[in-house]
Design a protein around this ligand. Structure first.
Ligand SMILES: [Zn+2]
Ligand SMILES: [Zn+2]
Length: 336
């Protein structure tokens, strides 16, 4: 069943027709566990990569030298999933692991979930996602001329001193635009790092169910006067309808979850405007990666917990911004 965004509790452009001028489409990606191939748009699937192009590596001597072997991280994920699937009494505390699993899990948690040492050798970047323009309508508005495929990779360690990065709190992310038809000899087996800093920097293979929606700006991104009128309207509505009243920020403005395009939320830090370091133009959010594909009234039906396994920051969103005047200029990342 294709995940679908529920109807908004009300259409905010009826009380505030002036919001129409700020509307942007976004493509919600709705990743769900699956077995994507390089020919598919995916999170955590293989990338369509030409055999004759070197796979990117990170050569930084990472400040933190401990992590978890990729193999062990996958084993950990599998243990958790299998335990979830087992029957357990209603009053049971925690998941029903076997004794052998418990020994493995204790070994991981006693090391702060970083049981393995990274020897400091260059790491092949991790394939995070790829999006074909044919699947994701909002990609075309960002794609450099002649390209129709966006590939996202990252180094599975934090603490990089990236030129152009907006935040050093997440993995160092690379974006690669290409024309799919140029890849005549695709790489059969892609490299991957032998170690990651955290299990939740390792995406689980997901196929996508793109769905186009309309976003309106986060309140702080609107002219102050309009934002204040919306807040007054919201307060009046809450007085009449109580706690069930929809709220602009949560229910009526912008979609949470993985998406291409649309508007960016600043619920954790308040608004920080993101400018291109090369030309000074205000950048636009291209990609939002999210731990969840839910968020109150925006939660698609059927519901899902954490489809991709990826969490960056506390539990938040990791966004890539690009320069609207030249999308090939270095992007910047931001965490919420
Ligand atoms: Zn790195
Ligand atoms: Zn620029």
């Amino acid at each position: 069943m294709k995940p679908t965004t529920p109807y908004r509790p009300l259409d905010i452009t009826i009380p505030f027709p002036e919001l129409t001028a700020y509307a942007r489409t976004a493509t919600r990606l709705h990743p769900r566990r699956g077995t994507p191939t390089a020919a598919d748009s995916s999170v955590g699937g293989p990338l369509l990569w030409p055999t004759d192009e070197a796979w990117p590596v990170c050569g930084e001597a990472h400040g933190r030298v401990r992590g978890v072997r990729t193999e062990r991280a996958r084993r950990y994920e599998r243990m958790v999933e299998e335990a979830w699937a087992r029957p357990r009494p209603a009053d049971a505390e925690g998941l029903p692991y076997t004794d052998a699993e418990r020994v493995e899990l204790d070994a991981m948690s006693s090391s702060g979930h970083q049981p393995d040492r990274h020897d400091g050798t260059p790491l092949p970047l991790l394939a995070v996602a790829q999006f074909y323009a044919r699947d994701v309508p909002d990609l075309a508005g960002f794609a450099p001329p002649g390209t129709d495929l966006l590939q996202v990779l990252w180094c599975p360690f934090t603490g990089h001193d990236d030129e152009g990065a907006f935040s050093d709190m997440g993995p160092s992310t690379r974006l690669r635009w290409r024309r799919a038809a140029d890849v005549t000899e695709p790489l059969a087996r892609q490299p991957e790092p032998a170690i990651v800093e955290r299990t939740h920097y390792l995406p689980r293979p997901c196929v996508l169910f793109p769905e186009q929606v309309v976003d309106h700006p986060f309140g702080d991104c609107l002219p102050r006067e309009l934002d204040e009128r919306i807040q007054a309207w919201e307060d009046a509505l809450a007085e009449r309808a109580g706690a069930a009243a929809p709220r602009y920020q949560d229910d009526l403005s912008l979609a949470p979850g993985w998406k291409i395009g649309g508007w960016d939320s600043w619920h954790r830090t308040d608004l920080v405007r993101v400018f291109c370091r090369e030309c000074g133009t205000e950048m636009r959010v291209l990609l939002t990666m999210d731990a969840y594909d839910s968020g109150g009234s925006w939660g698609p039906y059927p519901p899902v917990d954490r489809p991709t396994g990826i969490t960056v920051g506390r539990d938040g969103e990791y966004r890539a911004f690009t320069c609207p005047s030249n999308p090939t200029r270095p992007h910047r990342m931001s965490i919420q």
